[in-house]
Ligand binder design. Structure first.
Ligand code: HEM
Length: 463
């Protein structure tokens, strides 16, 4: 079959297309390049090719698991130094991934997530209390406080560990180390000087990883010690006790450490970013805000929130889906052809070449979402519309990735987001601290709003 070369910006010696990418905000550069080069283009970064695809047809094509699989290169490959073949970073054929995946599937399933309701509620209520005490005139950096919320929630619900972040001005040392590892993992993939230039970065990277692993080890040891006195049925219990039916294997301590750290990393920034973008979208769309508020007041009223309320918050769910469409915090997930493939009918892509599904663009393809694809319009995400679109245009909405390697924490995040929004909107009226603020973002592993300050004005008293 006749093939044509992939569009590509011109390259420079040694660094390839590195100069085309703003390292502080790669997503912005990729958006810009998609406008210039179209729905598929190639970049050469530090000796590796990366193909970026940004429309629905192409994303749908590479989500076909019979031809493509998850690709572990760049950031993810670097993170393997820290968490090896933990769920997020493992190659598909690694046995430890299979064992952990099967052991954890039911622990992340609807029933277990429901059991986490009380602890999720507790952490969200602590935040409401903190904001109530601060009073209506305090400008709240919601990025910071919502990160505390999601981090404390994932640590408490998955392993019974309390960071108590609301009570600290500074970040916990574990968290500092975690961010440093994430940032360094991102930068290592872009190195173009010989290795010895990066000696001190390498040493710091390994030191930070050591701190992460030692802390996770302490959590496991504490659980082992409290045997009998501790009846928690959380993700840590599932990992320590579960036996994989397929291989008869249990997870090793090393693999449990890999996955504990993975949950903390994968589970908090993504959810915090979704929170912030949703808050921003609501504050910018007064009519949607009013509808969400009305729904919460009708479904829950002023009483305590229970598990039964959660699935009834249909409009809020639509708002979250629409936010994850326009502001997916993981802006790219990566695939690669299992063998050489022709993609889009005419582009030859060699086996193993990384293909980035660029959600920041592909999820607003007018072919799927119509002429107002760039607008925030939660109505299109109400259950019946959402189901229809998912059927008609598979993978057109994929903020949680795809297939077997899609997000295992999706239900966890969903319950946490609905619950915490309900707690917060039940108790406060939110306003932008600076009413003329327009969205600015920062990027590390995820993209999230920058300098978004709000005021939380208490409504009729806390519940
Ligand atoms: C995988 C997004 C919340 C744990 C993924 C992937 C995406 C994603 C896009 C696939 C990545 C890839 O293909 O390389 C999100 C978003 C979230 C969220 C947008 C919040 C709104 C969570 C939470 C947890 C979690 C709360 C854990 C408590 C994981 C894990 C994987 C994963 C372990 C790897 C699964 C595997 O490959 O077996 N997530 N995630 N995520 N996520 Fe999430």
């Amino acid at each position: 079959k006749k093939t044509v070369p992939l569009p590509q910006p011109s390259t420079a010696p040694f660094i390839g297309n590195l100069a085309d990418i703003d390292m502080d905000y790669p997503t912005g550069s990729m958006l810009h390049l998609a406008k210039k080069y179209g729905a598929i283009y190639k970049l050469s970064l530090a000796g590796q090719d990366l193909v970026i695809i940004s429309n629905w047809d192409l994303v749908n094509e590479v989500c076909d698991d019979s031809r493509f699989k998850k690709s572990i290169k760049g950031d993810l490959e670097e993170l393997q130094t820290a968490v090896h073949d933990g769920l997020f970073t493992a190659r598909g054929d690694e046995e430890n991934w299979g064992v952990a995946h099967r052991v954890l599937m039911s622990a992340f399933g609807p029933l277990s997530i429901k059991n986490m309701f009380d602890e999720m509620h507790e952490v969200a209520s602590q935040l409401a209390l903190k904001w109530a005490r601060q009073g209506p005139s305090e400008a709240i950096d919601i990025g910071e406080d919502l990160t505390r919320l999601t981090l404390d929630t994932v640590a408490l619900c998955s392993m019974g560990f309390r960071f108590n972040s609301y009570y600290r001005q500074d970040l916990h040392p574990f968290i500092k180390a975690m961010y440093a590892v994430l940032v360094e993992a991102g930068q290592r993939g872009m190195r173009f000087l010989p290795g010895f230039f990066y000696h001190s970065e390498d040493r710091k990277f390994l030191e930070n990883i050591k701190l992460l692993r030692t802390t996770a080890r302490q959590v496991i040891d504490a659980r082992k010690l409290s045997k009998g006195g501790d009846n928690r049925r959380d993700l840590l219990t599932a990992m320590m006790e579960g036996v994989d039916a397929q291989t008869g294997r249990k997870m090793t301590d090393e693999s449990i450490i890999d996955n504990l750290i993975t949950f903390l990393v994968a589970g908090h920034e993504t959810t915090a970013a979704t929170f912030q973008f949703t808050m921003y979208n609501l504050l910018k769309h007064a009519e949607c805000y009013r509808k969400v508020q009305e729904e919460i007041d009708t479904v829950i009223g002023t009483g305590s929130i229970t598990l039964e309320h959660i699935p009834k918050l249909k409009y809020l769910a639509a708002v979250l889906r629409e936010t994850l469409r326009l502001n997916a915090p993981i802006t790219i997930f990566a695939r690669e052809p299992i063998k050489d493939e022709i993609v889009g009918g005419k582009y030859l892509i060699k086996a193993g070449t990384q293909i980035g599904c660029f959600l920041s663009k592909s999820q607003s393809d007018p072919k799927v979402w119509g002429p107002d694809a760039d607008e925030f319009n939660p109505e299109r995400m109400l259950d019946e519309n959402f189901d229809r679109i998912q059927k008609e245009f598979p993978h057109s909405w994929s903020p949680f990735g795809t297939g077997m390697r899609g997000c295992i924490g999706r239900q966890f995040a969903w319950q946490e987001l609905l619950l915490a929004f309900a707690v917060l909107l039940q108790n406060f009226n939110f306003v932008m601290d600076n009413p003329s603020y327009t969205l600015q973002v920062t990027q590390a592993l995820t993209v999230k709003p920058k300098d978004l300050y709000v005021r939380a004005i208490p409504r009729d008293g806390l519940t």
